[in-house]
Design a binder for this molecule. Sequence first.
Ligand SMILES: Nc1ncnc2c1ncn2[C@@H]1O[C@H](COP(=O)(O)OP(=O)(O)OP(=O)(O)O)[C@@H](O)[C@H]1O
Length: 654
Amino acid sequence: MTATSCVRGFVIPLCLSVVAVTVLGVFALIGYAYQVARRNTLLTLGLAVSSSVLGVLLTYLVGQVVGAVPDVVADRSAAMSLAGFGFLLAAMLVVFVAQSTLPALTQVTQWNLSNRVARDIGVRVIDPLLAPRRIHHLEDPQVQDEQERAKGKEGYQVSNGLHTLPGLVSSRLTLLGSAVLVGRTFSWPVAVVLAAVTFLMEWDRRRVVEREIDSWWGLTEGQRRTWYLFDLGMKDAPKELRVFGLNRWLVERHLREWLDAMRPVWAARRKGTVAAAGAAVVHLAAHAVAVVLVARAALAGDLPLTQVATAVPAILAVGMSYNGFAAVQVRRAQTALRALRELPGFIAERHPEQTAGKVGGLGDGAPDVSVMPRECVRFEDVSFRYPGAAEDAEVLSGLDLEIRAGEALALVGVNGAGKSTLVKLLAGVYQPTSGRITVDGVDLRDLDLARWQRRIAAIVQDFLRFPLSATDNVVLGAVEHAGPPGSSPAVDPGDAVGRVAAEAGITDVVARLPSGWNTVLDKTYTGGVDLSGGEWQRVALARALFAVDAGAGVLVLDEPAAALDVRAEAELVERYLDLTSGLTSLIISHRFSVVRDAHRICVLEDGRIVESGTHEQLLATGGRYADMFTLQAERYAVADLAEVAEVAEVEGRA
Ligand SMILES: Nc1ncnc2c1ncn2[C@@H]1O[C@H](COP(=O)(O)OP(=O)(O)OP(=O)(O)O)[C@@H](O)[C@H]1O
């Protein structure tokens, strides 16, 4: 086979297919990056291509310079002019300098691109998960897996892949360019064999890297435990750990879990060592043989110095151009990008209930949600069990309940009776398994859920403690009235924040903070402070009242006094009917002093309402409420008597 036919029949198709596979394979990735950060993408890829083109050009120029030296030195007639040689030398140096400066530039554009992409991925992953107004999808393991795939276990995978993509493009072009130089200056078959061996080496590296990543990131259980222990020591429970003297135990346990998690990684590494060594030997031998062949041809006088000086560095450049790590990262990024694009559709397909229900917009003849309920909210024969729970694990079972508009209703029941669950159903974050909830006669399923949820202001049991300023912690109750995030407007006692702060009893608390309303309520920030449990609870109350001020008409208070001291609880009890006046409200509390003033009290037991009436009526009935109230009152009475006796004794002694 002649060199020309070899080039036409084998080398050109091979080169074209390698380029096609590389470009087509990463086309979606590049397209995505271009969509997010057009200039950075073009710049990064342009620099990567330039870097490899300059590298190949440098190899070529080095060959030309070295080849010209003997003739120029001997001043032979065939020698190029001194000016020409100087020009060649200068060109080589310019290319060298340009190629040496490119990596620094590429790194900057690469980081910019990764940052822009990471920001975009964050939004693309979080948005479809947070946008739905219900939360079934968050408890769906398949949705969790899909979002994990979209995000990537080891950070944002698409961003990591794009970070390594320029390196992959560059090494592919270097490989092709250098192989062409080897072919042109020495031998096409040798060029093809070297390229093939280098691909083999890259394939082997890719396998090793992939296996290692899999064995590390696949260990979610061990890994989760390791990081859990780390967080426990650093931020979650530093005080409790010291009280129980668990510091050493934690360090040792963390180390043990980490070692357990790493062992399979090491095993995978050991397993791959023999194959990796084999591939490396084949790779090295092929390149060594190629260099020897060049040397032999040179010694035999069959290869001029210029070609020798070009072919040898080109052979070495081919050998160095495998990039298994980048190939793995890019491939993973492609999978992650697919999942990222499919995530919203995946959620919508698996949870069609999220998109159902839309009436309540103005001007469509539908009821105006922003003033509902005008009459009542009604639970009609409602049963509910949590998604994935066993058939017989019903929390609510055939529950009927009417909450009249403007009524202050209280709900009591033992732990686990389903009170908070009822609140979640009222807010529409879950749908009843059977039965229905209506607002002024309209099924909650048919209402515009987003608007209905804006009608509800709530303190839930596990209320949020934002690591933001005191102002933000209050105004986030009605984010549309809060201004841009982090702007923390000045607070005036007469404005809404000042008013709700006074109602919730936090004016003095905020006045004592080092930077007043601007103080960050998190000790880990400079100048930040933490509040006591009761103070936090009052901040949460202020947030709910801010939402009411902004237009919410249904106030839900789930255990609003759990962390309050006696005086704060008494104040809440005193103001409760004032705070809820004009609103439809639902209060849940185990403290009967808090609920006794409600217009109506309902007892939840065995998944349904078993008693309903005013405090006095329920006491007179002598049922469950009366039992629970009496039990609590007796305990208080005993405590009170003990305290009175103690005081009397102390006074007597005095
Ligand atoms: N997300 C969930 N998934 C599965 N089961 C849940 C979930 N949340 C609560 N449960 C279960 O539902 C039952 C009712 O819980 P809920 O929180 O509504 O009770 P509660 O009356 O508010 O209790 P408490 O007085 O202790 O606050 C409990 O048995 C609880 O384990």
